[in-house]
Ligand binder design. Sequence first.
Ligand SMILES: O=C(O)CCC(=O)C1=CC=C[C@@H](O)[C@@H]1C(=O)O
Ligand SMILES: [Mg+2]
Length: 336
Amino acid sequence: MTLTVDEAVPFALPLSRRFRGTTLREGVLVRVGDRWGEWAPFPEYDDVTAARWLRAALEQARGDWPDAVRSSVPVNAIVPALDPAEVGALVLDAVQVDGCTTIKVKVGEPGQVFAADVARIAEVRAVLDACGAAEALIRVDVNGAWTVEEAAERLVVLADVALGLEYAEQPCTTLAELADLRTRIDVPVAVDEGVRLAGELSDPALDAVRDAADVVILKAIPLGGVRRALELAERIGRPVTVSGSLDSSVGLAAGLALAGALPDLGHACGLGTGRLLAADLTARTLLPEDGRLSVVRLAPDPDRLASAAALLADDRRGWWAARLDRCLAVLEEGTA
Ligand SMILES: O=C(O)CCC(=O)C1=CC=C[C@@H](O)[C@@H]1C(=O)O
Ligand SMILES: [Mg+2]
């Protein structure tokens, strides 16, 4: 694997709404030859985890992706942990402008009470009913915030308010908790962090994932690249949902390449995050049309990349450069 990069441009993109506790998405575009890959591991990740994201960025910059078996993929809209008053317009746009028929709603946000989750889901349900999209699916993402008891009680309430949930993504932290939860409720359980942060998955580790999951969330970049994620999909033997990592429209191509190459794609993909970007690295932002994204690969626009590079604070530029050097060394040692 190529472990040198010809150019690395640290950048910052403002978000249109707070997501995952931030309003600024930082990362680095890496160039190998004339192609670019996106490397934007979240700041709190250790170097081994961040090096897996780098493996994915280098795969992208080498252009080494499998052939697609479809030219477009269905995507879900994403509703951050907002007040109900802000949710309505977002859901309306998702349905009427983007044509999405699956809505993913963040719940269990640190610092918020469960009543806020109930109110958010009730608002999503009401807007879907009011705009003629009553058949749309609602899924929730808890990011591991609840105990088994909390999840068992709360998901029944949310499923009631939503008039059914497609699934609940990572309601509890551990795979053992999720496996336990699955025996207690009818709402299907999807595993995200339990796979995304696990590193290499041995066969016994995969058994534990299967016990915990009705659906497995596959994110191409955190899993170390499109080819690795595809291999995992083959081994896992569970329905999968492809989701993104809050990427720019350069990085979104990795998720699209994975979703485009999977033999079976039963669920809408979590690649509808373009709406969360207030600026992008490409001339156009990848937004769903008729609820779908084309399987494309966009190159960065030089002016937009320069603006995003200029937005990053000087000390952050140095931080990213040092992190990149360390993660290249991790990949060279072969430990990621
Ligand atoms: O899956 C989606 O619809 C959007 C992507 C998304 O939710 C996430 C992207 C990036 C970081 C994660 O905290 C979050 C997730 O937990 O799935
Ligand atoms: Mg998730």
